[in-house]
Design a protein around this ligand. Sequence first.
Ligand SMILES: NC(=O)c1ccc[n+]([C@@H]2O[C@H](COP(=O)([O-])OP(=O)(O)OC[C@H]3O[C@@H](n4cnc5c(N)ncnc54)[C@H](OP(=O)(O)O)[C@@H]3O)[C@@H](O)[C@H]2O)c1
Length: 325
Amino acid sequence: MVNKKIKWGILGLGKIANKFASDLQLESDAELYGVASRSSEKAIEFAKKYNAIKTYSSYKELAEDADIDIIYVATPHTFHFENAMMCLQNDKSVLCEKPMGMNASEVETMIAEAKKRNLFLMEGLWTRFIPATEKVIELIKNKTIGEVLFVKADFGFKPNYDPQGRLYNKKLGGGSLLDIGIYPVYLSILLLGLPGNIKAMARFTESGVDSYCSVLFDYENNSKAILESTIEADTPIEAYVYGTKGNIKLHKRFHHSEKLTVTRDGFPKEEIDLKYKGEGYIHEIEEVMSCLINNKTESAKLPLLTSLNLIALLDKIRNEIGLKY
Ligand SMILES: NC(=O)c1ccc[n+]([C@@H]2O[C@H](COP(=O)([O-])OP(=O)(O)OC[C@H]3O[C@@H](n4cnc5c(N)ncnc54)[C@H](OP(=O)(O)O)[C@@H]3O)[C@@H](O)[C@H]2O)c1
């Protein structure tokens, strides 16, 4: 029997959609079937570039196309809920860019809709599937550096100031925390679980979103996480996991790192190179494909509960720094 290819749609054709579409070509069981933009010219151009079969000049037409299996939602944060819900309500599985919604209540509703319809849903947190992340999980599990004492991670860059752009515009969910701070916060959840206590401080832009956010997590077992994000300065974008017997450095950019340095008490430093394929998105694509082929409605590596816990934690941080959308 010839395997039927899984038909993908992409909703919103911006920067990340381009990288994703490029990696989707590496997956032989996937077909980029349809691409939807608010502009038909943009959709046609995108389709040509990445060999998509169909184009749509509205997101709704894509969601309603009965031939599509799964839709990748790649719009600014504030539209994830509305766009993903429309796809789910048209019986499409969804891979939704991070953050999955603007708050826990949105994410809860999305999860309930997917569960009710028995559809696959996952947040596009590609970091989880990057080979270097997989290796860190293995090293921690094997107690290579003993018990984890604390995690340190930063993510900062300095884009050109554009008050209308999605990074600064409050209406598009701007600010450092939801865009890039999500990665240090996710890393701490991945390695340490959910914190008991949190402390957070921020600086704000004139447009009213956080330009800098500093977060401290305190865990029941006394481990800590020290995390930072900013759109005001270029920072190292590295992560360190310190344990009782050594430490692991995730080289820049830690959220899709290709190099780890493992330092263990009494041993020489070990450098581990772990290249990812394509632009790095292929690893999350492979996970989604494997779930769909095996009729799984969620990923065991990035369960929906993790996405819900993550956004609930981001809600708490926003509450601490006084950031309301
Ligand atoms: N996983 C990652 O590595 C990664 C990296 C970057 C971003 N992201 C996530 O992906 C999402 C999109 O980021 P991006 O950098 O690709 O953004 P972007 O370049 O601004 O593209 C977003 C696209 O969304 C659509 N859109 C719909 N309504 C819009 C509106 N009112 N204003 C602007 N765009 C609108 C547009 O597509 P059409 O014009 O085609 O309709 C636009 O091109 C964000 O949620 C972000 O967190 C993830």
